[in-house]
Design a protein around this ligand. Sequence first.
Ligand SMILES: [Zn+2]
Length: 72
Amino acid sequence: MTKCHKCGQELESGHLFSTKDGALSFADEVPSAFENARHAPGFVELTAPKIGGRTALAADICRECRRIVIDY
Ligand SMILES: [Zn+2]
């Protein structure tokens, strides 16, 4: 079990999920709608677009600190 880096409590496992057409990515800053997001500095694709289902990835939550930790 992973522990919260902030308060030291054990994190609960679960899933972070999106609206039905969402995809999640990470970058240093959020790219504008006209930019190709893949070219943004620090870009990491977390999930691919998915037709007809919820995008989801495994995540841990600390309800105490209101914090979600994601492995990719
Ligand atoms: Zn915590």
